[in-house]
Ligand binder design. Structure first.
Ligand code: HEM
Length: 493
């Protein structure tokens, strides 16, 4: 077993003295040499942190340590060990105390950042709001939002100018999240004005900057970037309160919704108003912002990577188009939920994209109790950095591991494979265990919709960067391609 509870069952009991003697301590682990006080901070470019950590894993192995300032991280990349840590939640590991503190400052302390009982109370509500039944019921709206994106892209195709791919996809993902989780049609796809995304896309990079800062400088002073951030947070808070007020109006006008809330925000408000409920107004608001943030970049970035990879591999793109045309029978976009089930090759392309370009390449957790992990004794409070990509790029596990080969995810008959389940134990783009991403069904449905619509309705003329150089990865909590632009022509040209 990769993870063992070595914490004493009671304060009086000894800490597994015989076992502990055989364990390595963190100080015994290998790792890059650092400087006093600064640790390895000067060797790390924050937006490339995942690449530095992956390179060190090649040099120092599946368990090593490094530090940023005085914050030391134990880095793990063996998938069984990583899965063991992720499954050992909430008892053994939790989100880090710095993450929880920053989220509280930013007003998005919801299910993503909560720990312990607070997380236990919120998780079932969020799971229910994002489960496949809700997604099926939401499908007609998903079709409407995808159709809007198609119309918008037809206008781009007509004027012949390349578009900012991620900005386009984020309009889609935010409109979908607001529709499903809040029952509100915000239609940023239909707008050319300032949209909520211009505030949202400042938050995760700011959060990541603070998470990785050697010292919590914001306790003592504000930098210009922090002052700008306050403006973005205020605008988002206003938007969040708007979603809550409309949901409250619906609950007041249609009392049947009190019995059967139609979406996550209504379910949370009903729970908030229940006598004896422990959910607060701040919890509801925190979860509204959490949904917007958790659903925006992750899905949009994965889609951007998938579109880029398809464009780089024309033969695979042709197979994907053929499958889409067969499933859609000449339609420009899926219109029936069942059609999504006929897109096995598209789904394989998505899994393969997430293997090569996981948008969450690192997941950092903190030991809630003393634990033994992979033969190392971790005191309570230890920061553990799980690397999600090294095993996915290991030739011993995936032959020609760096190739984009969606067939790995298919059985010989071309259907989504049971054989792929062993790959799924290694490739964990949505995390694992009790805190696995509850938005994964929604994300998969969104990605199939957009890819099917794109391949059925357009000819992709180019997907590139403004300077024509190879696309770079940038980590800002999620990992995105930098500056991708897409130019389209109509498929019927
Ligand atoms: C391709 C798209 C997505 C990817 C790759 C992704 C990935 C992840 C990952 C890696 C985690 C952390 C899991 C862990 O700690 O084990 C997570 C958590 C979470 N995700 Fe996603 N996600 C995606 C889309 C979404 C969407 C669309 C939503 C909702 C609208 C969402 C909502 C959440 C929430 C609420 C959590 C926190 C769960 C908890 O801590 O209990 N995600 N996601």
């Amino acid at each position: 077993m990769a993870v063992t509870d070595t914490s004493p069952p009671s304060a009086a009991a000894p800490v597994n003295p015989a076992g502990a003697a055989a364990l390595r301590r963190i100080a015994d682990l290998p790792g890059p040499k650092g400087l006093p006080k600064l640790g390895n901070a000067l060797q790390i470019k924050r937006e490339r942190l995942h690449q530095h950590a992956e390179a060190w894993a090649k040099e120092f192995g599946e368990v090593y340590r490094f530090s940023i300032g005085e914050r030391e991280f134990v880095v793990l990349s063996n998938p069984e060990v990583v899965a063991g840590v992720l499954r050992d939640r909430p008892e053994g590991f939790s989100r880090t105390s710095r993450m929880t503190e920053i989220a509280r400052d930013f007003g998005f302390d919801g299910v993503f950042t909560a720990n312990g009982d607070k997380w236990r109370r919120q998780r079932p509500m969020v799971l229910a709001g994002l489960d496949p039944t809700h997604i099926k019921a939401f499908f007609p709206t998903l079709v409407k939002v995808t159709e809007r994106l198609r119309h918008r892209w037809h206008r781009h195709a007509a004027n012949g100018r390349p578009m900012d791919l991620q900005a386009e996809l984020m309009r889609f993902t935010v409109d979908v999240t607001a529709g499903l989780a809040f029952g509100t049609d915000i239609n940023t796809i239909g707008s050319d004005d300032e949209v909520i995304q211009q505030h949202l896309d400042k938050i995760l990079p700011a959060l990541f900057r603070r998470l990785m800062a050697p010292l919590p400088y914001w306790h003592w002073f504000r930098l210009p970037g922090d002052r700008a951030l306050e403006g973005h947070l205020a605008a988002l808070n206003e938007a969040v309160q708007g979603f809550i007020q409309s949901a409250r109006r619906r609950l007041a006008h249609e009392p049947v919704r009190q019995e059967r809330p139609a979406n996550l925000i209504e379910a949370m408000l009903v729970e908030r108003d229940r006598e004896g409920s422990e959910l607060t107004d701040a919890d509801v608001a925190g979860n509204v912002l959490t949904m917007l943030l958790a659903g925006e970049d992750t899905t949009a970035n994965t889609l951007a990577w998938a579109i880029w990879l398809l464009n780089e591999h024309p033969q695979i793109a042709v197979r994907a188009s053929n499958e889409v045309n067969a499933a859609l029978g000449g339609e420009a976009c899926p219109t029936r939920y069942e059609q999504l089930g006929q897109l096995d090759f598209i789904e394989a392309c998505i899994h393969e994209t997430m293997r090569l370009k996981p948008v969450a390449p690192i997941i950092v957790q903190q030991a809630a109790k003393e634990r033994e992990v992979a033969g190392v004794l971790l005191p309570a409070g230890t920061l553990v950095m799980c690397l999600m990509r090294p095993a996915a790029l290991d030739d011993a596990r995936f032959p020609r591991a760096t190739d984009f080969d969606p067939d790995r995810w298919l059985a010989n008959d071309g259907h989504a494979a049971l054989a792929a389940s062993s790959a799924k134990r290694v490739v964990m783009p949505f995390g694992a265990g009790p805190r696995i991403c509850p938005g994964r069904y929604l994300a998969l449905a969104e990605m199939k919709m957009v890819l099917a619509m794109l391949l059925a309705s357009f000819r992709i003329d180019s997907v590139d960067t403004p300077d024509g150089l190879p696309v770079q990865e940038r980590l800002a909590l999620t990992m995105s391609p930098v500056g991708l632009r897409m130019a389209l022509g109509s498929a019927v040209d």
